[in-house]
Design a protein around this ligand. Structure first.
Ligand SMILES: [Zn+2]
Length: 308
């Protein structure tokens, strides 16, 4: 029986996993991301070492950055230096002689959740990752919405505060500046400083823990965070009417009222005709969502599987 190896390439780690033809993840691991020019060789070496034990029929890649899926090319990446412009699919095919599919990690994650995860069987969903920025992907009628040049779904760069904080995209007041994990952390640091406390090393997860403990600064900042996320999501719901919005990223992991608080706020903001159900759910595949999506696309490329 032949298998599929999938890689999820991020700025810090390359996660990888081996799937059987039914899309069961048999095992997974990760390695540090090397310099960009070493990436094809590192992936090729991993493929070769796996081939000692198993028969591989395809490679699926989920990658950070903007990806041209047709060409298997990384159009732009600000996470890995020198990665922009790499024809990863072509290079890896010439090294391994295996078919290679390449897709953006957020789009892969969304497909993964639709195929095997939180929104299995649904046809209309939005996938959001909260991290340094906000990644988002739209699936309508079972297909990823790419737009005319492949850049559809940049929810993070829609404005929620007119004339607000400057954003890396050149505009002011983008959602990403108020509702990403890094914006949450930044807001906490600024609010703590106003109270006369200088905070250095703090993560979104740590602030969530402080929220649970009833820390007043954390609660204040958390309330603003929920307000802005809900504002962005209400816009999305009114525009696209998805069945579900899946939220992923470290901040959504673990126990806590985060998802329920967003749903509660959405009930105040979304028009009644959209219904009263909880639209927002947490990712169920977590860090593996991108690998599952990569496997789905690799199988799809070989016409070996059903659609999501
Ligand atoms: Zn922006």
């Amino acid at each position: 029986m032949s298998h599929i190896v999938c890689f999820d390439i991020g700025g810090t780690f390359i996660k990888y996993g081996v799937f059987d033809p039914k899309g069961h993840l048999l095992y997974k691991s990760k390695m540090a991301t090397p310099t960009s020019h070493e990436i094809p060789d590192v992936l090729n070496n991993k493929v070769k070492s796996l081939q000692h034990d198993i028969h591989l029929s395809a490679i699926g890649i989920s990658s950070c950055g903007l990806v041209d899926r047709e060409k298997g090319m990384i159009l732009f990446s600000n996470n890995i230096q020198g990665y922009s412009g790499m024809k990863l699919g072509e290079i890896l095919f010439s090294l391994t002689k295996l078919p290679v599919s390449v897709e953006n990690d957020v789009k892969s994650g969304c497909l993964g959740e639709m195929w095997k995860g939180a929104v299995k069987g649904m046809r209309n969903a939005i996938f959001l990752t909260l991290g340094t920025g906000i990644g988002s992907s739209i699936v309508m009628e079972g297909r990823i919405v790419n737009g005319s040049s492949g850049f559809a779904g940049e929810l993070g760069h829609t404005v929620v505060v007119a004339g607000g904080k400057p954003c890396s995209c050149g505009r002011k007041g983008c959602l990403e500046r108020y509702a990403s994990t890094s914006a949450f952390v930044q807001d906490y640091k600024e609010e703590a400083l106003r109270k006369g406390v200088a905070v250095e090393n703090v993560s979104g997860e740590m602030i969530m823990e402080l929220v649970k403990q009833g820390d007043p600064v954390a609660l204040l900042v958390y309330e603003r965070f929920i307000h802005y996320i809900s504002m962005g999501l209400t816009n999305v719901i009114h525009l696209l009417n998805p069945e579900k919005i899946i939220i992923g990223g470290g901040i959504t992991e673990g126990e806590g009222p985060f998802i329920q608080d967003i749903n509660r706020q959405l009930r105040n903001e979304v028009m009644e005709v959209y219904g009263n159900e909880d639209t927002v759910i947490a990712s169920s595949l977590g860090n593996d969502a991108g690998l599952y999506g990569a496997c789905y696309l690799a199988l799809n490329r070989m016409n070996m599987k059903e659609s999501v």
